[in-house]
Design a protein. Structure first.
Length: 130
């Protein structure tokens, strides 16, 4: 099982699958939607935790159950017989009978000088490598 997206939804799904003893591979770009935030709010048990620390905790939980987390960006998905082929920008590819796509949302912020600069992630981090 390949999980595309290493945010809370992807890691939560991967954790459930790994706990069910399925082979799980999470593909995470390493650029979370909440990267500009210094900490998360209203997440029971983790209020005030920095996003990168929270992601590390989730990744650790997935790997403790035998799941694997790789850094990469998905370039293409396609059917390949009874499987899906997942191609990454760095040239790696993998086959999976099932996919969980948990890529999250894209914020469309208003063009207000006070708001946008606080939430825009460095565009260089979003560019695919390779």
């Amino acid at each position: 099982m390949v999980v595309i997206g290493g945010g809370p939804a992807g890691l939560g799904g991967a954790l459930a699958l790994a706990r069910a003893r399925l082979r799980v591979l999470v593909v995470d770009s390493g650029v979370p939607r909440n990267a500009p935030a210094s900490h998360v709010h209203h997440f029971v048990g983790h209020d005030g935790t920095p996003p990168d620390i929270l992601a590390g905790i989730g990744q650790g939980e997935v790997t403790r159950y035998g799941g694997e987390v790789v850094t990469g960006q998905t370039k293409a998905l396609r059917r390949d017989g009874d499987h899906f082929r997942v191609d990454l920008y760095d040239g790696r590819s993998m086959l999976s009978r099932r996919l969980l796509v948990a890529t999250g949302l894209t914020d469309e912020l208003p063009d207000v000088l006070v708001v946008a600069p606080r939430f825009v992630v460095n565009a260089d981090l979003l560019a695919p490598s390779g």
